[in-house]
Design a protein around this ligand. Structure first.
Ligand code: CP
Length: 326
């Protein structure tokens, strides 16, 4: 019997496999738009474990599972024994004996890997502190929709280069042969091990890591993410001071030298005061916008929300890819 096909991190997949997942995502999007039923996995059961909050990932796994005809059970981390009264390995064996697939969003990459090792069924990484692989299929699918092809694209990530999205974008771009520049202050650039992985799996991409904003020149897409990630305990003021020059705003976009550069963001984004955190940051530090200004966010919101919708189609493709042979 073949080992279950989990989706834990991008480097486990070849360029061809990632491209197949992107095309399968586009196919599922078409089926959904046409309202063509696709209950291909009728009778299967999946569990969704979330140790961190989520809107997009939880909704996408739920709706994708239901669209494929599966029963979906949400297991909030404060409602199950995981990690407190029962080890990850023991939990994996129990859930794997009842469910056909498990999604896990949590802190340590090691935990999702342990879950996959012992579950005996596919495990999908819904985000850890190190990687956010399901986000990547949606992001590169969106780029393919917008530009028609990934060939010859140059993308630039600007901001906190040490978070899971920056890691995943760097490595996925390298695997796909898409030119990528990570622009971040020296203390927030990706760790050497992550850059080494990108180089090891590179299929012809130009990879650049720099603190110079001028490196956005020629970029087809600018990407950013929140400046403080879930679970990080840091001095917020220090982080804001460090990253404010790396905000995506009209001045930075102008530095690309192009008029058709698009902006992407995995969301949620701090672009106004309409959230509790956004308001409290404004009251504390006088800043109404953080990683992206509201004018740029609004201008590029059609693509940003297309990217969010694509989480559904891509997660459906990932689950189908894992479970279709079973
Ligand atoms: N982009 C993303 O992972 O969104 P959620 O945190 O809402 O799932």
């Amino acid at each position: 019997m073949n080992a279950p096909l989990s989706f834990l991190k991008e480097v486990d997949f070849s360029k061809e496999e990632l491209l197949e997942l992107i095309d399968l995502s586009l196919h599922f999007k078409q089926l959904k738009k046409e309202k063509t039923p696709h209950h291909y996995l009728e009778g299967l059961n999946i569990a969704l474990i979330f140790e961190k909050t989520s809107t997009r990932t939880r909704s996408a796994f739920t709706v994708a599972g239901q669209d494929l005809g599966m029963q979906v059970t949400y297991l909030g981390s404060d409602e199950i024994q995981l990690g407190r009264k029962e080890s990850v390995a023991d939990t994996a064996k129990v859930l794997g004996s009842m469910f056909d697939g498990i999604e896990y969003r949590g802190f340590k990459q090691e935990d999702v890997e342990t879950l996959a090792r012992y579950a005996g069924v596919p495990v999908w990484n819904g985000l850890t502190d190190t990687w956010h692989p399901t986000q990547m299929i949606a992001d590169f699918m969106t780029l393919k929709e917008v530009f028609g092809s990934l060939e010859g694209l140059h993308i630039a990530y600007v901001g906190d280069g040490r978070n899971n999205v920056a890691h995943s974008l760097l490595v996925t771009a390298a695997i796909l042969g898409v030119n990528i520049t990570i622009i971040a202050p020296a203390s927030l650039q990706p760790e050497k091990e992550i850059v080494a992985l990108a180089e090891q799996h590179n299929n012809g991409a130009l990879i650049k890591i720099t603190d110079e904003l001028e490196a956005v020149e020629g970029a087809d897409m600018l990407y950013t993410d929140v400046w403080v990630s879930m679970g990080e305990e840091i001095d917020f003021k220090e982080r804001i001071d460090l990253l404010l020059p790396y905000q995506i705003n009209a001045e930075l976009l102008a530095k690309t030298g192009k008029t058709n550069t698009v902006v992407m963001h995995c969301l949620p984004a701090f672009h106004d005061r309409k959230t509790e955190i956004g308001l409290s940051l404004y009251e504390k530090y006088g800043l109404a916008e953080l990683e992206i200004t509201d004018d740029i966010f609004q201008k590029h919101s059609p693509i940003i929300f297309q990217e969010a919708e694509n989480r559904l189609h891509s997660i459906k493709a990932i689950m189908y890819y894992s479970l279709k042979e079973g």
